[in-house]
Design a protein around this ligand. Structure first.
Ligand SMILES: O=C([O-])CC(=O)C(=O)O
Ligand SMILES: [Mg+2]
Length: 571
């Protein structure tokens, strides 16, 4: 064997210091029955394993049978979480080979129930719980050498878990689920990912009174104490991993926007609910417009729910509209935002400063009908005659039959996106939207839905979920070693996805590529994001060739490599 071959074969083996039970109990390193006889000799595994030496393919098959035996989505979720905590290679092989079937189980919608019932199925630690009583120990907790290789973090404080509200420590299901997609769809090595839950208490009384609740039993810390805690966390993260990517997830209302604004110039960070959701909503809308043929600047877009996600979507769409050669002011005129008190108007109740640019003028809506002083969705639809309806309200059924039928009177192909998650919070059911519009609606939903029936034909529904965006966005950020996440990088992710939407101009095509292609898309999105990071001067690599090399180096395939005993490790 020449030197080169030796070098290659050495690269493909892993030096492992654990043995026996410790090795089998490491989800990252465990191979279960796939440990070879030689590895069983070296690592003292004989007797701990049944005699059969199997393959990853067989293991995937065995787990698939076990999964199919589970009767409910929640049981399947729990089964897969157990698998993830016992053998990550099988877990990811199962996911990568069956994306369409697995995503609704490890992610939305089942992850919602996974968070609600987190304490029932808590078994083994995964990720980090940073609880308020441990606020002086954060640096110490993060300092463990186990975390030396961390490149990305998803953090939540559990207060706005999907549309399900405050789940306290159970919110950990979301960072775990998002990071499962970092690996399954982005290809990022699980060893580089750290899910974190900031446990600052919960105002969910059911959790507080439950004897099995695993979180800190205390009402939420708020105000300055809460901000100081988050600040301590971010400072500790920056000190521990100066180049880490920090993704914010499912923070409530104003906290999400506040933290993004406060920290985006301090470290490499983005908020998935604001920026990821905006990117996928914009991409799907532009795909729909390819079907209708009406340019974006001529669309009238109603956004129901004008919190962080609504604002994120509106701001990004406004940028795309400006790209069609209109002024920022004209671009803003395309939007009608509806929040808790109906249409957002200049002198309306509780209009926040960041919402103000989209508030409609009072004189413009004088004479519009209203209910108890509030201009409702139906009133807006009657008067503004919108072409697009986007829901990020968390309110199931907010898109009423009456409003949708009214919309369909004025628009040949109404574009309707009920984006709230999970399924139980969707603003409408796709089949209803199809029925109420005689099959004319172009539909995208946040949660997965079965294909709808249009004139006896099955039409797939685009899952307009940030899962199309954040895994590739994260991979692009990591591969380009970006210092910051710019708006242009998020827009590049959306623009790249738009390049791959189905071009079929008929009403039977989905508005997005099949989710089964998400892993391949993740790489393309990463390439576009990394390229933009270079253009924006944020990348710490020189050019696109270097980017391609980094992408290759960062993409992990779930497969076993041979193990050797680490030199110096006790055998
Ligand atoms: O997790 C999802 O499915 C999408 C998302 O970010 C949310 O709804 O908060
Ligand atoms: Mg979210």
């Amino acid at each position: 064997m020449n030197v080169q071959q030796q070098a290659t074969s050495e690269e493909a083996t892993l030096q492992v210091s654990l043995s026996g039970f410790d090795l089998i109990n490491s989800p990252r390193l465990n191979k279960g029955t796939a440990f070879t006889d030689r590895e069983r000799d070296i690592f003292h595994l004989h007797g701990l394993l049944p005699p059969h030496v199997g393959t990853l393919d067989e293991q995937v098959e065995r787990r698939m049978q076990g999964l199919n035996d589970q009767s409910t989505p929640f049981n399947k979720y729990a089964f897969l979480r157990d698998l993830q905590d016992s053998n990550e290679t099988i877990f990811y092989a199962l996911l990568v080979r069956n994306v369409e079937k697995m995503l609704p189980l490890v992610y939305t919608p089942t992850v919602g129930e996974g968070c609600q019932r987190f304490s029932e199925i808590w078994r083994k630690p995964r990720g980090l719980f940073l609880s308020y009583p441990n606020k002086d120990r954060i640096t110490q907790i993060l300092s463990h050498p186990r975390y030396d290789g961390i490149k990305c973090i998803v953090v939540s404080d559990g207060e706005r878990i999907l549309g399900l509200g405050d789940q306290g420590a159970g919110g950990m299901g979301i960072p775990i689920g998002k990071m499962a997609l970092y690996t399954a769809l982005g290809g990022i090595h699980p060893e580089h990912c750290l899910p974190i839950l900031l446990d600052v208490g919960t105002d969910n009384e059911e959790r507080l009174s439950s004897p099995i609740y695993v979180g800190w039993k205390h009402h939420r810390i708020r105000g300055q104490e809460y901000d100081d805690f988050v600040d301590t966390f971010v400072s500790a993260v920056k000190a521990r991993w100066p180049h880490v990517l920090l993704q914010w997830e499912d923070f409530a209302g104003s906290n999400a926007a506040r933290f993004l604004a406060r920290y985006r110039d301090q470290l490499c960070t983005f908020n998935d609910d604001i920026q990821g959701t905006a990117a996928i909503a914009a991409a799907t809308l532009i795909s729909a417009i390819n079907v209708t043929g009406i340019p974006l600047k001529q669309q009238k877009i109603v956004v129901v729910g004008f919190g962080t996600a609504g604002l994120g979507i509106t701001n990004l769409l406004a940028q795309f509209i400006e790209d069609e050669g209109v002024s920022p002011d004209e671009a803003r005129q395309c939007f009608y935002a509806i929040d808790r008190y109906g249409l957002v108007t200049e002198h309306g109740k509780d209009v926040r400063p960041e919402q103000m640019p989209y508030a409609r003028k009072e004189q413009e809506v004088q004479g519009w009908s209203s209910q108890n002083g509030e201009i409702t969705l139906l009133d807006v639809v009657r008067n503004a005659k919108p072409t697009v309806l986007i829901g990020v309200s968390g309110q199931a059924g907010a898109f009423t039959e009456q409003a949708v039928r009214e919309m369909a009177k004025h628009t040949a192909r109404p574009v309707i996106f009920p984006l709230s998650n999970p399924t139980s919070r969707s603003e409408a059911i796709p089949q209803d939207l199809i029925n109420w519009t005689e099959g004319r609606a172009l539909v995208g939903t946040g949660s997965p839905f079965d294909p709808v029936d249009v004139d006896g034909k099955k039409v797939p529904i685009a899952q307009t979920n940030n899962s199309y965006i954040f895994p590739g966005l994260a991979l692009g950020i990591v591969a380009s070693k970006a210092r910051r996440v710019t708006d242009a990088m998020v827009k590049a992710a959306a623009t790249e996805l738009i390049r791959h939407v189905p071009t079929q101009k008929d009403k039977l095509a989905s508005l997005l590529p099949p989710i089964s292609e998400a892993r391949a898309l993740g790489r393309l999105i990463a390439q576009a994001v990394g390229k933009q990071a270079i253009l924006d001067g944020q990348a710490q690599i020189s050019d696109e060739d270097a980017l391609r090399r980094e992408l290759d180096a960062n993409i992990w395939e779930p497969a076993y490599v041979p193990y050797e005993l680490q030199r110096g490790a006790a055998s």
